[in-house]
Design a protein around this ligand. Structure first.
Ligand SMILES: [Zn+2]
Length: 205
């Protein structure tokens, strides 16, 4: 892992982050999974920027690897939500798009949707606190997420750099339902096709 390039460290680190964050906001979250997910979120917020910017830092690499493993445990005792279905649709039509990069691209719009709907305010506050913020409102999680992306140098990723065009979004919404639609039932509140389209459109640049 000490020789994994900076950008792949960031992409995979954020994949681990979202495995845990999705599990935590999912309606399948339990005391068992929350314990795992909040620990992983705390470690990734603290150590991923260090691992990305100093790939030889053994302590940071170790803590990120541990948090990544916790993300696997989260998927064992809990489940991911539809952020993963939406991303796999992007990478299905554009296989050169790394999974973690696609997740980063849609993450702010995806989580903001549930923040704006007050789907699970306490959980967003708890995640923002695990990320080191003195959080009092759900929006604080979105700020923490943006800061973490900037600290890892992945806040400027663009779908257009991978040849994705907005005209493709309707077929991607359809692919989300057909290929990995089972994850939609675990979102904290149900997404409509229009909601999914909006998330793609807001993420586009
Ligand atoms: Zn993933």
């Amino acid at each position: 892992m000490l020789t994994v390039p900076k950008h792949f460290t960031a992409y995979q680190g954020f994949d681990a982050f979202f495995h845990n964050a999705e599990g935590y906001i999912s309606n399948a979250c339990s005391e068992m999974s929350a314990m795992i997910e909040l620990t992983a979120i705390e470690k990734l917020a603290k150590y991923l920027p260090i691992a990305v910017n100093d790939g030889k830092n053994l302590e940071a690499r170790t803590q990120v690897a541990f948090a990544n493993t916790l993300g696997g445990f989260s998927m064992d005792v809990c489940v991911c939500t539809s952020e993963h279905s939406l991303e796999h649709a992007l990478s299905a039509y554009h296989p050169e798009l790394p999974h973690g990069a696609g997740l980063i691209m849609i993450s702010v719009a995806y989580f903001s949707h549930f923040v704006e709907k007050h789907a699970c305010d306490e959980k967003f506050i708890a995640m923002a606190r695990a990320m080191g913020k003195n959080a009092t409102k759900a929006e604080d999680f979105i700020d923490a997420l943006k800061e973490m992306q900037a600290a890892c140098g992945v806040d400027g990723l663009k779908m257009s750099d991978y040849g994705i065009k907005p005209e493709e979004f309707p077929k991607m919404v359809q692919n989300t339902r057909e290929a990995m639609g089972f994850l939609l039932q675990f979102d904290p509140i149900a997404l409509s096709d229009d909601d999914m389209l909006n998330i793609y459109q807001k993420s586009y640049c």
